[in-house]
Design a protein around this ligand. Structure first.
Ligand code: 5GP
Ligand code: ZN
Length: 117
C-alpha cells in the first residue's frame, strides 16, 4: 500500500533503526541525516518516514508532509550553519536517483556553481 514500509528499501531501514545513520533532526513525519557519501561539506538528506518513490508522489499523497520536508531541510541547513544551500530531488534513474524513497538533498558549505546542473 502507498506509504507502507518496503522490506528492500534502505531508507525504510533507516527509519526503522535497522541501519545506523547520523541523525540530525527527527519529527513525527521526517528524519534528517548525513549522506553516507557527501558531495559537499554539508550534505544532508531529509526523508519522510512513509515510503513514496519520489518527491512528487509524496506531495500528491501527503502534501503536508511534503511541506514539512522542505521546512526541515531549511532547519537542518540553518543548524549546520548554512545561509546558502541547494535542495535537490533526483527523480528517476536517468536523473541519478538511486534510492527510490522520497528524499531531498541539502547541499552547501562551499561555493555552489551557479545554474541548475
Ligand atoms: P539519490 O541518488 O537517490 O538522489 O540519492 C541517494 C543518496 O543516498 C546518495 O547520495 C547516497 O550516498 C545516499 N545513501 C545511500 N545509502 C545510504 C545509507 O545507507 N546511509 C546514508 N546515510 N546515505 C545513504
Ligand atoms: Zn522506503
Amino acid at each position: 500500500m502507498a506509504g507502507e514500509p518496503q522490506a528492500d528499501c534502505v531508507f525504510c531501514k533507516i527509519v526503522a533503526g535497522g541501519i545506523p545513520a547520523t541523525v540530525l533532526r527527527k519529527t513525527d513525519h521526517t528524519i534528517a541525516f548525513r549522506d553516507i557519501n557527501p558531495q559537499a561539506p554539508t550534505h544532508i538528506l531529509v526523508i519522510p518516514h512513509a515510503h513514496y518513490a519520489n518527491a512528487a508522489e509524496l506531495a500528491a499523497a501527503e502534501p503536508l508532509i511534503a511541506a514539512e520536508l522542505l521546512a526541515e531541510a531549511g532547519e537542518a541547513a540553518r543548524e549546520d550553519g548554512l545561509d546558502a544551500y541547494r535542495l535537490i530531488f533526483n527523480t528517476g534513474a536517468g536523473a541519478g536517483q538511486t534510492v527510490f524513497h522520497a528524499h531531498v538533498h541539502v547541499l552547501g558549505g562551499k561555493p555552489l556553481r551557479e545554474g541548475m546542473v
